[in-house]
Design a protein around this ligand. Structure first.
Ligand code: ADP
Length: 316
């Protein structure tokens, strides 16, 4: 089967090394780190040895090269990452607050990340891809959403599969058009990877049990719910449920855990593993990534994840 393709924003992340509120005073910073939820996801796919390709854009600058070099090293096909000659690579400055929440300064809307489109090379890739992964957040970027619309139809029409990470906070109000696109995307998903309350949000209902029932009713085939340090749960159409406890680790930087988790789960399933086995690798990938600073610095290879699983305890 063809490669897993992910479409969306590619950025660098620069992280304040002190904890506190915002950026109104000079801060010691560390970075740039390769980032962007779709890029983190595909990095983990590539690292695990799955065939993987990324569609997006960076500027013709060092921040762009941080990303393309990194993804290439991870084994990701980067031939469909456009190098925009006119706009810089997207960036996000992040500072953690005492309570674990984060303040951001973003440059995405006016960066290369929001300016890529369909091209012959992208079309050729989508024509041979076996799986498409979409982050709900990409639907608010007009260029990304055009590519996604087209790609979903092509991949599904030729028997490929689709995974969706809703990646949309419950309180975020979407405009009517984006809401409609989001619902369509969820209904077309073979695998849904929501985090916490995104599950109910994706189903448009209030309770977890009702959401699961509703999502299977509209055609979703497999759901994996991410619960941070509480672990994750697999739900199958046949009523199967598997709870995967989290590994016990010291959390340093939770950014990117869900994307690594998703990339690992999907890749393991595409490599033929059972949901149980895929959940173990995914939980390890998520846990390993929270132990280090930087959104994808902890993404692991098969060997690294095997070593981590063998040497790390899981919560009771
Ligand atoms: P998202 O980033 O999408 O909100 P989560 O924070 O739920 O996703 O993280 C995804 C997975 O990564 C979790 O289901 C869990 O397996 C693992 N994980 C996340 N945070 C931790 C943590 N502090 N300790 C151990 N595992 C974690």
């Amino acid at each position: 089967l063809g490669p897993t393709v992910c479409v969306g924003e590619i950025l660098v992340e620069i992280v304040a090394t002190t904890v506190g509120d915002g950026f109104l005073e000079a801060q010691p910073l560390v970075g740039p780190f390769a980032s962007g939820a779709p890029a983190i996801f595909i990095s983990q796919c590539g690292r695990l040895g799955g065939k993987a390709a990324m569609v997006g854009a960076v500027g013709d600058d060092d921040f762009g090269r941080v990303n393309t070099d990194r993804l290439k090293r991870d084994g990701v096909d980067i031939s469909t990452i456009a190098i925009d000659p006119d706009y810089p690579t997207g960036s996000a400055f992040v500072r953690y607050r005492k309570d674990g929440s984060r303040d951001f300064v973003y440059n995405i809307a006016t960066s290369a990340a929001a300016r890529f489109g369909w091209s012959q090379t992208v079309g050729d890739l989508i024509d041979r891809s076996g799986h498409l992964h979409v982050m709900g957040s990409a639907l608010s970027v007009p260029s990304a959403r055009e590519v996604i619309d087209k790609a979903v139809d092509i991949v599904k029409a030729r028997g490929g599969t689709l995974s969706v990470d809703p990646n949309i906070r419950k309180e975020l109000k979407l405009d009517k058009d984006t809401e409609r696109r989001f619902s369509k995307l969820v209904a077309a998903a073979d695998l849904l990877l929501p985090s916490g309350e995104e599950l109910e949000r994706a189903a448009g209902v209030e309770s977890e049990a009702e959401a699961i029932r509703r999502l299977f009713e509209i055609g979703v085939k497999e759901i994996v719910l991410k619960r941070g340090a509480e672990g994750a749960t697999y739900f199958g159409r046949d009523g199967d449920r598997i709870d995967a406890p989290a590994f016990v680790v010291q959390e340093v930087d939770p950014t990117g855990a869900g994307d690594c988790f998703g990339g690992a789960y999907l890749t393991c399933r595409r490599l033929g593993m059972s949901p149980q086995q895929a959940l173990t690798y995914a939980s390890a990938a998520g846990a390993r990534n929270v132990m280090v600073l930087g959104p994808m610095e902890g993404a692991g290879t098969r060997q690294e994840l095997d070593a981590f699983i063998a040497s790390t305890e899981r919560r009771p």
